[in-house]
Design a binder for this molecule. Structure first.
Ligand code: FNR
Length: 368
């Protein structure tokens, strides 16, 4: 029998994914001072034992002021490495790879974990453990009228934050991670530079397309130089802001065409895969939510940027749907988020449904 496309391996550089299902990065807001805990060990561990090829750990702060919330995972100091190494080692022992999403929240930092918004409000000031004075962005423009106004980054800030990403990648390697994904999506710092909605700089980091992508391209280049040659480097982008030009936003937002052009530039810097999400940078966004609504962007990157792999994400919930995305050449990997929270056994059930063999761990074989 032939192996269904979803369960074929994929080799990227010196790293082999055993199938095409990746756990999409998801904030768990379960850290104090950035440290991983036994929550992360079990959360990552359970998915690692249930058939996913690669689990990408949540948006992880490369600097304390770059966290979304005070409870976000961090990798800004060497002390963070030890527990992360334990989490990664457990997954490896169970034949799953682990990646880490390196992130800086930019103007969207210093907010409340979702389940505390009701009690303490969305924006956190100093009295609630927030850091409004340290919030930075490409320009001093808030996300919306209720948000904190970031301080416009100086060139020294830009250099420092890029070094934060590099140092974080070095720590990620020491912890044993297989993949680094740069978080260039959802209105956080890297995307704030990309999008003309949040970037009004007049220096080399704003204005033209080449200038707006400069912060990310330089960061990717610096990380690639230190991240081991055999390990893949991914970048997650918001493929579109979903904001059309209007009197409110004469420029409109970041577009699909820009994503494809960016992918070509990133490929030349040794980035292996673009993980194609969308949105998160403007309250004016109009998102046409539907099953597989972002797959088209992964396809555009894969076809438009020679040699670049792409990942599809967003309301992919069904084994046949996921398999078709890979079989049709729409994307190389399928990233799944909420479906795996609802059903951590999704991949093993999909293997049964699609008649794929060799996916069950030995200990669970009789469950087949
Ligand atoms: C997310 N998402 C997300 N994305 C990201 O790039 N970094 C992150 O840390 C998070 N955090 C996060 C937490 C939770 C609880 C959810 C539900 C989502 C977005 C996620 O990775 C994914 O792109 C979307 O959820 C869409 O995919 P699904 O859930 O429809 O498969």
């Amino acid at each position: 029998e032939t192996t269904p496309a979803l369960f074929t391996p994929l080799k990227i550089r010196g790293t082999e994914l055993k199938n095409r299902v990746v756990v999409s990065p998801m904030c768990m807001y379960s850290s104090v001072d950035g440290f991983a805990t036994n929550f992360h060990l079990v959360h990552v561990g359970q998915l690692a034992m249930r058939g996913v090829s690669l689990m990408i750990m949540e948006a992880t702060g490369v600097a304390p002021e770059g966290r979304i919330t005070p409870n976000c995972l961090g990798i800004w100091k060497d002390e963070h490495i030890e527990k992360l190494r334990e989490v990664v080692a457990f997954a490896h022992a169970n034949k799953a790879l682990v990646g880490i999403q390196l992130a800086h929240a930019g103007r969207k930092a210093s907010t409340s974990p979702p389940w505390l918004i009701k009690s303490q409000g969305y924006n956190l000031d100093e009295t609630k453990g927030g850091w409004p004075k340290d919030i930075i962005g490409p320009s001093a423009i808030p996300f919306d009228e209720r948000s904190f106004v970031p301080r416009e980054m100086t060139l020294a800030d830009i250099q420092r934050v890029q070094q934060n990403f590099v140092d974080a990648a070095v720590r990620a390697d020491k912890a044993g991670f297989d993949v680094v994904e740069l978080h260039g999506a959802h209105g956080y710092l890297i995307q704030e530079f990309l999008s003309p909605i949040s970037n009004k700089r007049t220096d080399a980091y704003g204005g033209s397309f080449e200038n707006r992508i400069r912060f990310l391209v330089e960061t990717a280049q610096k990380v690639r130089k230190t991240w081991p040659e055999h390990k893949p480097l991914f970048v997650r982008v918001s493929s579109t802001d979903w904001v059309a030009p209007s009197s409110d936003v004469p420029t409109g937002g970041w577009t699909e065409e820009e994503t494809v052009e960016l992918a070509k530039v990133l490929r030349a810097q040794g980035v292996d895969l673009v993980d194609c999400s969308t949105a998160g940078n403007s309250p004016l966004q109009k998102i046409p939510l539907a099953p597989g609504y972002q797959v088209q962007f992964a396809t555009a990157v894969r076809k438009g940027a020679p040699g670049m792999l792409s990942g599809a994400v967003g309301i992919i919930t069904d084994a046949k749907q996921a398999n078709e995305i890979v079989a049709s050449g729409s994307a190389d990997l399928v990233f799944m988020g909420r479906q795996l929270l609802r059903d951590p056994n999704f991949v093993l059930n999909a293997a049964l449904e699609l008649n794929a063999f060799g996916q069950y761990p030995h200990q669970y074989e009789r469950g087949r």
